[in-house]
Write a protein that binds this ligand. Structure first.
Ligand SMILES: [Zn+2]
Length: 219
């Protein structure tokens, strides 16, 4: 079977983790609007991820959609629908990573802290090492922060089995949201493929997450 673009990017990632520069940083000249490699990447906004470098993307290759966690939110789905149906991408790469900040809080805790709950504020300050200042106001938006399911762990905690499991759960949840969306075709001539990965910030390496698989519990 022919190698997919995603497979080629995984080969680039091995070289990147080995210390080789894969992304060319100079202005490439005039390019078409459609991503040349027909890829859309969804990744966390974490400062330690340089998505273009770690995949060896060249300018013009791919759409890169980033947010806190690399979660598949309403807005991510919006971007992916536009990316595929209007700009012709057909491979989606989902990237979560070790030591992610989304492992260290819950939606309820952050919301309570922002609304001024002093106990929540104290817990958030302990978790982040930063003074947490509540705003003492409620807000309808955002409707969710999408913190990862499971027992929160200290911010930037090194990877353990539980952390890997929680990351895998969320990658699968995101893949499921994409694969089951009525406006993202996964069969027939216009099909999109979706693959999910965990990027290890301590090694620079990507690891694929099996799908389908467990989606997690709150325990
Ligand atoms: Zn993150």
């Amino acid at each position: 079977m022919a190698k997919s673009t995603t497979d080629r990017y995984l080969e680039n990632n091995k070289r990147y983790a080995g210390g080789q520069a894969e992304h060319k940083p100079t202005y490439p000249g005039k390019l078409p609007i459609n991503p040349a490699r027909r890829v859309a990447v969804v990744a966390c906004m974490d400062a330690r991820l340089d998505v273009e470098d770690l995949l060896g993307l060249q300018t013009g290759d791919a759409h890169v959609i980033r947010n806190a966690g690399g979660v598949v939110s309403d807005d991510t789905i919006r971007c992916l629908i536009i990316s595929h149906h209007l700009l012709d991408t057909n491979e989606i790469i989902l990237i979560h990573h070790t030591r992610c900040g989304m492992l260290a809080f819950t939606d309820d805790l952050l919301k309570a802290g922002l609304e001024g709950d002093p106990a929540a504020g104290k817990l958030l300050a302990q978790a982040t090492g930063r003074a947490f200042t509540g705003c003492k106001k409620s807000a309808a938006m955002p409707s969710a922060f999408h913190a990862f399911r499971g027992q929160p762990e200290p911010l930037d905690a090194p990877r353990g089995a539980k952390q890997t499991e929680r990351l895998e759960w969320d990658v699968r949840r995101g893949m499921s949201s994409i694969l089951n969306h009525p406006w993202i075709p996964t069969g027939g001539p216009d099909a999109v493929t979706v693959r999910g990965f965990i990027y290890d910030v301590d090694t620079g390496k990507l690891e694929e997450v099996s799908y389908p698989g467990p989606m997690g519990s709150i325990g």
